[in-house]
Design a protein around this ligand. Structure first.
Ligand SMILES: Nc1nc2c([nH]c(=O)n2[C@H]2C[C@H](O)[C@@H](COP(=O)(O)OP(=O)(O)OP(=O)(O)O)O2)c(=O)[nH]1
Length: 307
């Protein structure tokens, strides 16, 4: 159990693991293990009393991350905490830091914490666009994209199979302008040259991912990949992808032949990598809580998110 403790200024409390313990010196979200007979909430209240000397009210679940470490497997169940009594102090000699959210990625943390930091900072929905059927549908496609942005979507993959290069470039250029004014991220599916030319992010289909030995776009430009198994997830992480999608969790109309792998398999695959992973396959925003419970950053969808 661990807590994302946030103060009135939005800063998040991190603690540094003390010498002599596993993962010593790394920063972590305060918390610790459940004892027999405790509920998750009771365990967190006790741990934060012992470690920090505060009495907390445990808030909503943020994410639960199952993670495979070299010598053990754990499940880091993180709850939000915004209300407490007392002033946090390192009662076990640990250093504490109140960290502005955008500075969190600069702290060295255990592998299970990367998805937790991403859950605090990054969108919980990743829209994958359906292609417009004919050129006369392009204007309606851009309208739908704008409605998605107005509805709060902040991360989008332009997936436009079957469009000729000139039409794809025109459409992606227009989409990029809308995304920029909404402060949303746009990633181009599969077309490295177009992504580089327009300075946009790149989303790699799994076949393309497997052929790459290094990041095809500069650091700082969003890079993502579609993955189906542990090897692909590890490879996506190794070449520096910022996030991945993994599925299908449920069967979908777009891939009627593929059976869903289900949440337990999603979780079991996820624990071998530490990059943020969206679940895909027959999912809608109603599944976000469930996705977070299984360690996902959120949901990726075409139908479930396209207005
Ligand atoms: N509290 C906390 N624990 C974390 C985080 N990330 C992470 O991998 N962990 C791991 C470290 C520990 O193995 C376990 C938390 O239990 P703990 O902190 O009471 O464990 P411990 O020092 O007694 O260590 P050990 O028995 O596992 O060696 O989860 C995090 O952000 N917060």
């Amino acid at each position: 159990m661990a807590a994302a403790i946030t103060d009135a200024r939005g800063r998040v409390l991190l603690a540094r693991r003390t010498e002599g313990r596993d993962l010593a010196g790394l920063w972590e979200f305060p918390g610790g293990k459940r004892e027999p007979g405790e509920t998750p909430e009771q365990a967190l209240v006790r741990e934060l009393r012992e470690e920090l000397g505060i009495e907390v009210r445990v808030g909503a679940p943020l994410i639960a991350v199952a993670q495979q470490y070299p010598h053990k497997r754990l499940r880091l169940d993180v709850r939000r905490v915004t209300r407490w009594r007392g002033t946090p102090r390192g009662h076990e000699g640990q250093a504490l830091a109140w960290v502005p959210p955008d500075k969190l990625p600069g702290y060295t943390m255990p592998p299970a914490d990367r998805p937790v930091v991403a859950a605090l900072l990054q969108p919980d929905r990743y829209l994958v666009t359906p292609p417009p059927a004919t050129p006369s549908d392009d204007a309606a496609w851009l309208d739908a994209l704008q409605r998605a942005l107005a509805g709060g979507i902040r991360r989008i993959q332009a997936r436009l199979p079957g469009l000729d290069p000139a039409r794809r470039r025109t459409l992606v250029t227009a989409a990029a302008a809308h995304c920029a004014s909404a402060g949303a991220e746009l990633l181009v599916n599969g077309d490295t040259a177009l992504a580089r030319d327009l300075g946009l992010g790149l989303h790699l289909p799994s076949a393309q991912l497997c052929e790459l030995a290094e990041r095809p776009v500069p650091a700082g430009v969003p890079l993502a990949a579609s993955c189906h198994d542990e090897t692909e997830l590890r490879h996506a992480e190794a070449i520096g992808c910022d996030f991945a999608i993994l599925g299908p969790v449920n069967a979908t109309p777009t891939h009627p032949d593929a059976q869903g792998i289900g949440w337990p398999a999603f979780e079991a695959l996820r624990e071998h990598a530490s990059l943020p992973i969206y679940a895909i396959g027959g999912l809608t925003p109603d599944h976000i809580l469930e996705a977070r419970h299984h360690g996902a950053q959120g949901i990726a969808a075409i139908r479930g998110l396209w207005p």
